[in-house]
Design a protein around this ligand. Structure first.
Ligand SMILES: C[S@@+](CC[C@H](N)C(=O)[O-])C[C@H]1O[C@@H](n2cnc3c(N)ncnc32)[C@H](O)[C@@H]1O
Length: 226
């Protein structure tokens, strides 16, 4: 076995080819040159990328972009760096960016673990959102869950003092795991006794509404950097 194979990290996603709708394809091809940011293995100047010094929020795994676009539209005073590996999802986000005329979103198509570790300078984020990370429900896949201690530490280090990490999941055992991982991180302090009430800035998605209607729970976890 070669060294490269031995070192291959456990990813929190499996890259499937994924099907674009024609509209997603069009948005991806025509808008990525404007809103996309190339992955960099060195810290980047986010103020230069957005062309202003406003607070920066990282959106980890923005999916189809429904939530990211809604939050960015409601908060024009903040800048949002969306990180997603799934190209059709990025196409979906970019469609919304154009439709809503947003200029406070940029997108990186890359593994968020690398982006956080290499591309974001320590102490620079006002917040980080990790909404509905892939649950990997089978026990043998739990190692793929994104919000494990090493990633929590890396995220916490990228926050400015007072900056926040906000995670949400509809998987009860993952929620407990997230709460435990954030509690164990000395840089962070919980904003609530345990789970936090959903803040008004996080809109409920269709997916979440359907789950709630069926009696499924959703847990928000919000910690701040000391
Ligand atoms: C279940 S979806 C949730 C999407 C969105 N946050 C929402 O609330 O609707 C999880 C997303 O995270 C993305 N993802 C998983 N691991 C990732 C990683 N390491 N880097 C970037 N994106 C990732 C997946 O491609 C998927 O689109």
């Amino acid at each position: 076995m070669t060294l490269a194979l031995q070192r291959r990290p456990i990813r929190s996603f499996v890259l499937r080819q994924g099907r674009f709708s024609p509209a997603q394809r069009l948005a991806y091809d025509s808008l990525l040159p404007r809103y996309g940011v190339a992955y960099s293995s060195e810290p980047v100047d986010l103020n230069a990328i957005f062309g202003r010094p406003n607070p920066k929020i990282l959106e980890v795994g923005s999916g189809m972009g429904e939530t990211t676009a809604a939050i960015a539209a409601a908060h024009p005073e903040h800048d949002f760096l969306a990180v997603e590996v799934h190209a059709p999802g990025i196409g979906g986000l970019l469609r919304r960016v154009e439709k809503l005329g947003l200029d406070n979103i940029r997108v990186v198509r890359h593994d968020a673990v690398d982006v956080v570790e290499h591309m974001i300078a320590p102490g620079t984020l006002a917040g980080a959102h990790v909404f509905f990370p892939d649950p990997w429900p089978k026990k043998r896949h739990h190692k793929r869950r994104l919000l494990r201690p090493a990633f929590v530490r890396a995220l916490a280090e990228r926050l400015a003092s007072g900056g926040y990490i906000h995670a949400a999941t509809d998987w009860k055992d993952y929620a407990a795991q997230i709460l435990a991982a954030l509690r164990a991180e000395p840089l962070l302090i919980n904003t609530a006794a345990d789970y936090a009430p959903r803040p008004a800035y996080r809109p409920t998605t269709n997916f979440e509404r359907r789950g709630l209607a069926r009696g499924h729970g959703v847990w928000d976890v919000i910690f701040r950097r000391r």
